[in-house]
Design a protein around this ligand. Structure first.
Ligand code: URA
Length: 244
C-alpha cells in the first residue's frame, strides 16, 4: 500500500497535507478518515508519505502505531508552535532536540523519567536544511502540552482560570531555556524511541507568547511556507543519507 515508503512527514492539520506533498512533484491521496489524511508523495524514485496526525498526542500515537506496522521507519513532524524564547519571531523555525513531557500520552509508552529525545542524525539533517534554505531557526527543548489553553498557561479563556500547577509555568519554562509550546513532539519522540524508530520535529512559530497571542496573516502564510519547504528538503536528505 505504501509502495515501500519508509519516511512519513506529519503535520497536524489534514489541510496542510497536499501543500506539503505537492512540493515533492507527484502525489496521490490514499485515504482520509477522521483527522488522518494520507498522501503518497514521489519525486523520481524517492517516496514519502504525508499523514496528518490531528491535534495532540492521542491521535498521533494511533497514527504512529499503524504507520510503523505498515513499514514507516522515520517520522518527521511538520508543525506549528507558540514561542516563549524572547529572540524567536513569527515564521522562525524551531528544531526540537528534546521535549518536556506534559503531553500525557507518552506515559502510556514509557514512565516519565524516560527522556523524549529526537533522533540525532535526522535532527542534523533538519539543521542542514534550515541553513541551506536560509531560514532563521533555533534548536533546543520544546514543551509539549496535552492542552492548548491551561497547559500552555493561557488566561484568555472562558473562565480565565489556570490551575495552580500551571500558574507561573510559562515563566519557569522560559527561565529553563525552553523555546516553544506545542502539543505533539513529546509523544512523537517517546513513541519512536520505544519502537526503535527515528523521529525529528520541526515547528514554525505562529506567535511569540511574550509579545502577542494573535498570529498575523502574513506571518502565518510565511510560517507554513518555510516549515513545509524545510521539511520536504529534509526528507530528500534523509532518503538519500539515512538509507530509508
Ligand atoms: N500550537 C500550540 O500548541 N501552541 C501555540 O501557541 C501555537 C500552536
Amino acid at each position: 500500500m505504501l509502495e515501500g515508503a519508509q519516511l512519513a512527514l506529519i503535520p497536524g492539520d489534514p489541510e496542510r497535507c497536499s501543500a506539503i506533498a505537492a512540493l515533492f512533484g507527484d502525489y496521490r491521496e490514499l485515504a482520509f478518515h477522521r483527522e488522518f489524511r494520507s498522501i503518497l508523495a514521489e519525486s523520481g524514485k524517492e517516496k514519502a508519505l504525508v499523514v496528518s496526525s490531528g491535534i495532540g498526542g492521542p491521535s498521533l500515537a494511533v497514527a504512529m502505531e499503524e504507520l510503523a506496522r505498515l513499514g514507516i521507519r522515520c517520522f518527521l513532524r511538520v508543525g506549528t508552535c507558540g514561542a516563549i524564547a524572547p529572540d524567536l519571531n513569527p515564521a522562525d523555525l524551531v528544531i526540537s532536540e528534546g521535549a518536556v513531557r506534559l503531553d500525557g500520552t507518552s506515559q502510556h509508552f514509557a514512565p516519565l523519567p524516560y527522556p523524549a529525545c529526537a533522533d540525532t542524525e535526522l535532527t542534523h539533517l533538519i539543521v542542514r536544511a534550515c541553513r541551506e534554505l536560509g531560514f532563521p531557526y533555533r534548536k533546543g527543548i520544546t514543551c509539549s502540552s496535552a492542552t492548548f489553553y491551561p497547559g500552555q498557561e493561557r488566561y484568555d479563556t472562558f473562565t480565565g482560570y489556570v490551575i495552580r500547577d500551571f500558574q507561573g509555568s510559562l515563566e519557569e519554562w522560559k527561565k529553563l531555556g525552553v523555546l516553544n509550546y506545542e502539543m505533539e513532539t513529546a509523544t512523537l519522540f517517546t513513541v519512536a524511541r520505544t519502537f526503535g524508530l527515528r523521529a525529528g520535529a520541526l515547528c514554525a512559530v505562529l506567535v511569540n507568547r511574550l509579545a502577542s497571542e494573535e498570529p498575523d496573516h502574513i506571518s502565518l502564510r510565511e510560517a507554513e511556507n518555510r516549515v513545509n519547504r524545510t521539511a520536504v528538503y529534509t526528507a530528500g536528505l534523509a532518503l538519500r543519507e539515512l538509507a530509508l
